[in-house]
Design a protein around this ligand. Structure first.
Ligand code: ZN
Ligand code: ZN
Length: 611
């Protein structure tokens, strides 16, 4: 399964740990990113100071988020997730909301105004999460210390002894952390309870890794420090195991009809969460309708292409009347064309300059040659779920490089490798590179970094980021990439159908009550996915909500915006200008970019001829 970096994680959780790139660079915790204050108007400068103060206060309130964002001076702290802590977080959000609501957005530059919008949305989303969504009452898998412990251990931000001391201090709070997490649970869902139980061994293995590092000669701890760390590791291990046992003991009750909370979010919470997370011009219900229409249009087109390719791929075989069977048969046949397993990484590496050349010769976008993308095999310790993805440094580590991590197929059996290669066949592998790298995620990031915004790097809009990558695929094909071959359009359509189906699935499951059997049929028979992919998706849709809609929502809003700009500008519409202006606002929500584009146009309109 090749998935891209989760939105938000793209820039916020930069976890680059390449020793050569980082060992010599000291961390500069208070690097004032964003805009040099001197070049700003007084209103902008005031606002940027306020935003900076908020972010610094947020790190003090929430060391977990701070560490995830690369602020390792908070590595030694860990909050206890109890009512008192949540009351503090709520008061904090409400207080900062008041301050930002008092800022007059009309006095700000576009860059600051979009930052303000992101901050207001985030704070309102925080209040919603604490007062209405209340995941701490029903999602036991959020009680998990592994991610940050692992980051602190494996990121070379400081010498090992210093990191071990920070870990020791953090570990001392782990027992209280798990007690509070357990006490906060009311009626959990069965699915998140099972997930938390399944994840416990992974937490233990991170604790083991720390114990191992502490025993190395480079650990540099005193005898007393080492003894203390060993005791704390033991207590943390016990806390994790106790938490797991308590959850396991609840399973039989939760498995009884009506005893667990449903994993389905329900319409009211879903609409609100969609509003904060996606920030679309549409409601979730409207986006679901748009996805259904897009799905039908794709299937009509795919059936036409399957007709075109029928004899070439199937010879004299009779054509099935059922369109899904017909399209599926052609896709199945074409999928046999793919690279050899040992060429997987080198083929991806070879395609990046080809994509860049295509963009240059077709005048689609400016490429920045000074920021080359480095394609590499995913470092071994990071291999796991994702097979390919962009890894960008977080805003506090601008010196780090951007990588395109590709996991080689070494570890797979012949059947597994064949299945992956058929999935990422000759055509889809190109679409994947368009999505992840050029002109997708990587190119978007390079453009966003031209007007660096700490706020957007930390709290950027995931639907814009994913939507741009999905839009890039279509835009490339429209520009003639792949020579308009029906094979390329058919495979692209299958890939695009996945994004569209994600939205249909997420809304259907969380709001409309779609069953597992219906979901698997939607994914396998009606979207041509393998059983493995479909089962993974079913699992993901039970454990997450709304995120799966970000790909299509962002894409759909961008397509609408492009159409609108064509209508408004007529002959003056230039695709390259549209792309560059769109990307110049950073990872802001598409409706906000639309507003700024409309204003800019109003400013630069030639004066009306006097009658
Ligand atoms: Zn993506
Ligand atoms: Zn094969």
């Amino acid at each position: 399964m090749l998935t891209s970096v989760a939105p938000g994680a793209l820039a916020a959780v930069g976890t680059t740990t390449d020793a050569a790139a980082t060992a010599s660079s000291p961390t500069k915790p208070h690097r004032a990113a964003a805009h040099p204050t001197s070049a700003l108007s007084p209103a902008d400068a005031r606002f940027q100071r306020l935003a900076h103060d908020y972010i610094e206060a947020l790190w003090r309130l929430d060391p977990e988020t701070a560490v995830a964002a690369g602020r390792y001076e908070f590595a030694g702290q860990l909050n206890t997730p109890d009512d008192a802590q949540r009351a503090r977080a709520l008061a904090f959000a409400q207080q900062w909301l008041k301050r930002f609501e008092a800022v007059d957005g009309q006095t700000l530059s576009p860059a600051s105004r979009t930052d303000l919008g992101q901050l207001l949305n985030r704070l309102r989303g925080d209040v919603f999460a604490l007062t209405e969504l209340r995941e701490f009452e029903w999602n036991p898998s959020n009680v998990n210390v592994a991610g940050q412990l692992d980051l602190i251990l494996s990121t070379d931000y400081a010498p090992l002894p210093k990191r071990l001391r920070a870990l020791s201090s953090r570990l001392a709070r782990v027992p209280a952390y798990y007690r509070a997490g357990a006490a906060s649970l009311k009626v959990p869902t069965l699915e998140h309870t099972q997930l938390a139980i399944d994840q416990a061994p992974g937490v233990i293995s991170v604790i083991d890794d720390i114990a191992k590092a502490a025993g190395e000669p480079a650990a540099g701890l005193s005898t007393r420090e080492r003894r203390e760390l060993t005791q704390r590791l033991e207590a943390a291990r016990t806390a994790v195991n106790d938490y797991r046992s308590a959850l396991t003991a609840r399973l039989p009750t939760l498995q009884r009809e009506g005893q667990a909370r449903s994993f389905r979010l329900g319409q009211a919470l879903y609409e609100k969460k969609f509003g904060y997370d996606i920030q679309s011009a549409h409601t979730a219900a409207q986006m679901y309708e748009k996805a259904q229409a897009a799905r039908e249009a794709l299937l009509v087109r795919m059936a036409q292409m399957a007709d075109q390719l029928w004899t070439q791929t199937q010879g004299d075989a009779p054509k099935p009347a059922d369109r899904f069977a017909k399209i599926g048969a052609v896709i199945d046949k074409l999928s046999a064309r793919h690279v050899k397993r040992e060429d997987f990484v080198s083929e991806i590496r070879a395609q990046i300059p080809q994509l860049e050349r295509f963009i240059a010769t077709h005048d689609l976008l400016t490429m920045d040659a000074s920021k080359p993308l480095i394609v590499r095999e995913t470092p071994v310790y990071q291999r796991g779920v994702a097979g390919a993805g962009i890894e960008a440094p977080g805003p506090y580590r601008p010196q780090d490089r951007t990588y395109y991590n590709v996991t080689p197929l070494d570890g797979l059996t012949d059947e597994q490798a064949e299945s992956t290669l058929r999935e990422y066949n000759h055509w889809i592998l190109q679409v994947l590179n368009i999505h992840e790298a050029v002109p997708g995620h990587y190119t978007q990031l390079v453009h966003a970094n031209k007007s660096p915004s700490l706020v957007k790097a930390l709290f950027g809009n995931g639907a814009m980021v994913e939507g741009w990558a999905v839009y890039g695929e279509r835009m490339m094909l429209e520009a003639g990439y792949g020579d308009n071959a029906p094979e390329m359009w058919l495979m692209y359509s299958k890939w695009n159908l996945r994004s569209v189906t994600n939205t249909v699935l997420d809304y259907s499951v969380h709001v409309l009550g779609m069953t597992e059997a219906q979901a698997l049929d939607l994914l396998m028979r009606q979207a041509f996915q393998t059983e493995r992919e479909a089962r993974e998706k079913w699992r993901r849709v039970q454990l997450t909500s709304v995120q799966l809609t970000s790909y299509f929502s962002g894409y759909s809003d961008i397509m609408d915006l492009r159409e609108q700009r064509k209508q408004t500008l007529g002959d003056r519409f230039k695709l390259k200008d549209f792309h560059e202006e769109f990307l110049s606002y950073g990872s802001a929500p598409v409706p906000v970019i639309a507003e700024l584009m409309a204003e800019k146009k109003a400013e630069t309109k030639p004066p009306k001829a006097t009658p």
